[in-house]
Write a protein that binds this ligand. Sequence first.
Ligand code: WT7
Length: 705
Amino acid sequence: MSDETDESAVELEARLEEQERFEPPESFVEQANVTDEDIHETFAENWPDCWERAADLLSWDEAYDSVLEDGDAPFYEWFTGGSLNASYNCLDRHVEDGGKNRAAIKWEGELGETRTYTYGDLLNEVESFAAALRDLGVEEDDVVTLYLPMIPELPIAMLACARIGAPHSVVFAGFSADALATRMNSADSEYLVTCDGYYRRGDALNHKRKADEGLRGVDHDVQTVVVDRLGDELTHFLGNDAHDYDDLVDEHEGASVDPVSRDAEDMLFLMYTSGTTGQPKGVKHTTGGYLAYTAWTSHAVLDVEPEDTYWCAADIGWITGHSYIVYGPLALGTTTMMYEGTPDYPERDRLWELVERNRVDIFYTAPTAIRSFMKWGEQYPDRRDLSSLRLLGTVGEPINPRAWKWYYKHIGDENCPIVDTWWQTETGGMMVTTLPAINDAKPGAAGPALPGIDARIVDAEGERVDPGNAGYLTINNPWPGMLRTLYDNDDRFVDEYWTEYSDPDAVDRQLRDPHSSESEDADDWVYFPEDGAKIDEDGYITVLGRVDDVINVSFPEDGAKIDEDGYITVLGRVDDVINVSGHRLGTMEIESAIVGVPGVAEAAVVGGDHDVKGEAVYAYVITEDETEPNEDVRERIVAGIEDGIGPIARPEEVVFTPELPKTRSGKIMRRLLEDVASGNELGNTSTLRNPEVVEEIAEQVDASA
Ligand code: WT7
């Protein structure tokens, strides 16, 4: 043994702080799913056929003819000619393979209840509910909206939809009634599955009331199914015309519903996400490519195997939960955990108690959660036996090296590789991350792109930046998990995400105006995630955050050189998406909720640095002349935001101001408001029409801090 065993705690702390590379532990490598050291090269040489390796993880009804069709780029098609069913892949085939009694879902309710569904149980209930949905009139390709919290009926409903070929659209339960209505209208969705309520910190929340309110904003008839989560706790929930979930399942007990064979390119689900304009975008994912990609990344990156007890502590209402609580892990036949509640209820060791009791071996969470754990202190994980863990992961936003090392030491006991996975709702699955048995981890850097993914960091001219410099993250080839389009809006799909590679000015134009249309007959298309990033000499990518953040994060570091690239102009414009606790929020959506409050004249919303949430919402508000900017208006603004979007968008601060900083052409200079919110030194105010207002606003923020 090395002298490490004799190290004092202080020495160990110091060594950890210095250490920049972390090798995969031998014990992990020995048992890992993917250990072929040359996998990046073999995928690159064999692209796109390399993706057969992902498709081979699935059972196909009909074999595909072609891995990739790129004739109508960027409307790429994957595994064309193939057909399959996602619920068959996640359920039946495991039952047929002797996994009938293996736990598929282990659920923990907030009040301490537990429910375990074996693969056999899950298949039964999925079939019963699929039969019930059919009876209600759901046909193939009808969009079913699921407005449910973290209860087993959510994945059951998803798989029931998948079984009959009806795409689901899950709306995060924390979203407001308005958000539900907007999404149901946009998708013309005539079916809703919701519940009476659920628990948060021991209190029963009335969810049905919110759903009902949302339904009043839907412009067509809807059939509603209500899950009874609260029992007798709240009674009046079933409206006259809603169906009771339990009754439906009982009526169809024992039903057998053949899985509908879906074309690989048929839609599996829609997921709405915040975009750079007010309207949320309906991201379309498909049956073959998405399922193959989530299964492959669960296998290769999360190292999931059927014997595992795997836990992704996210909400299924976001893409992370779709891909890595439901589809990826169930496609691989593992046991996936679901937890209904919050990490600090009833105690701050709740998650670790769950890990201990269930012998969880893979744990995947968000940096915002890790920063909370760190703030609460190591005494909570220290109380529990976490020795079952063998792999840790993070997702949702950049993780700072200090939080990474805390996670490594206090949760992983310096014995688990950590994968920092960069991806998006639109990418369907992970894109940039280390492979845990192959690549060393470097805290703070997500890693190289996955095998088969051509990620580059480019400057405004589309040239690769030198190692160490910041630029824009681009993906230069398609991949099976990619979104296929935005629902009902092919033009917006092309305009927002893709640009021609061959045209040297295209990158610059795309950055200046992400909504410009210039899609003539290009043969090479580049995908723009709108994230800034840097790359080191080993090809490890550090994602700096949304493009709008780059101006704060990396430009001061890079000095004057960047000004000459023309970035400043560009970045001033692409500044309207922020990342709160790993969740993407559109500043326009929040602004429109604020100006909907009587007495408000104008509002600007920006993201400001926040220790735990990563970014927090800061709202700068001008009231109408007759309206006194007081506590009452502030409360109505907060309520307006909660109603319009949900509590997740609750502002950290609402600052009343007589004016907003504007350029001579009348555009609000958000960059300066971001500096104020983050407590940064104020940037250049010389191009402002009203430079004095910035100082005034800064003083107000300081005074209230
Ligand atoms: C945005 C996507 C992917 C599921 C959760 C969020 C940021 C995500 C990382 C990471 C740095 C990250 C990016 C991205 N992001 N993961 N590991 N390092 N940034 O999905 O709501 O679609 O948000 O989250 O800015 O574009 P989403």
